[in-house]
Design a protein around this ligand. Sequence first.
Ligand code: F0G
Length: 457
Amino acid sequence: MKNSPEPYRIKMVESISLPEKEERTALLREAGYNVFRIPAEKIFVDLLTDSGTGAMSDTQWGALMQGDESYAQARSWFHYRDAVREITGMEHVLPTHQGRAAENLLFAEISSPGRVIPSNNHFDTTRANIEFFGGEALDIVIPEGKDIHLNHPFKGNIDVVRLDEVLSKLGKEKVPVCMTTITNNTGGGQPVSLENIRRASEICHAHGVPYFLDCCRFAENAYFIKKREKACSDMSIHEIVRAMFACADGATMSAKKDGLANIGGFVALRDGTLAEKLKSMLILKEGFPTYGGLAGRDLEALSVGLREVQDERYLEARVGQVVRFGEALKAHGVPILEPVGGHAVYLDASGILPHVQPEAFPAQSLTVALYEEGAIRGVEIGSLMFGRTMPDGSFKPAEMELVRLAVPRRVYTDNHLGYVAEIAGKIVAESEKFGGYRIVEEPPFLRHFTAKMEPIA
Ligand code: F0G
């Protein structure tokens, strides 16, 4: 079947509007050419992130009304705990308000100077939490994962040869945990195979090192495994999910993605001693261990969402929409990172604006152009985010100049995404119109969120 229709229909809609070009130009100027500073009401199609931006189902809204807001041992907590246990098979569940809070709890305990935490690619907040407590976040994705145009079914795989080398060299004293991010957001939303998860887990365990999953997009990863890994084609999504987690000793999750809700997260663990240690800090940082910064109603919506997301028909429509979006962009002549990942399409900004040098931020220029031409918001993943000025004053650019267009779950139609593809195509056709930018104001870290820029004349 060519079409994979969504297994739902639309019951409620939210108006969006397209500001006039003049207003868009003025808003960009006022915002210092940083789309994080533009009011969301002035965005027509918002592809900034797929995190917390999804639409909930009627079942979730119904469950929300049944939230038990008791401070301790609320009914909603047991629902959430059981939903997380059902996925992970892990006994100990610590609820948090979002993913980075889960990472903070874990790494406050296990990251410290001299310690190294390998992963395929750490997401920025994971890396920031590891580094904040003094540890080193080491990315060892397979080499294929770094090649923008190379087609490989599991570009998110961790390099197991390097993993073995790292663990042989450093040992379990220096490596408190090894992680795998599913799907690999930083590497383009690319999946990780079950075979790779199993192998990484075996290597870790042979060295006595625990193996964890950063599982924000666990269901999308399971869907790719079903479609691309022959040995798994007859398994249900839930069976694949269970098989992935069976390899892991723990997991951190931002449930704002595959929890199909607007807020939420967790740490799940097999080790009860570690869970007890984290629990004391959970009380200090997030809340009592049966709500962890979430309202009872959030816990209810999440419990439903974590199950709904494993519906294969939903996943087929979801991942199918992102793939069709990639196809539409290519049909308009827009170069993208391939193959398309589970939650986003990444535009190749250096391919689109070859005349803009990395130090003039081509991916930022493309991000600004998308807003100016179509009130579309994407996010720069290039030298504004990752580029550095070195002590000798030279500029070290990012490895790739990308703009991520993340697709919120169950929110936009193919028609919206077709519009985005058309605008992107127009930018490609008139690319010489779009020049570089320079930074005029920047904070000491995570500058891409708040920096102000101006066009280079
Ligand atoms: N891990 C991964 C792989 C993520 O993609 C994110 C968030 C987090 C952890 C942190 O979770 O935001 O709930 O604290 N990614 C969002 C994004 C922000 O736009 O990709 P959080």
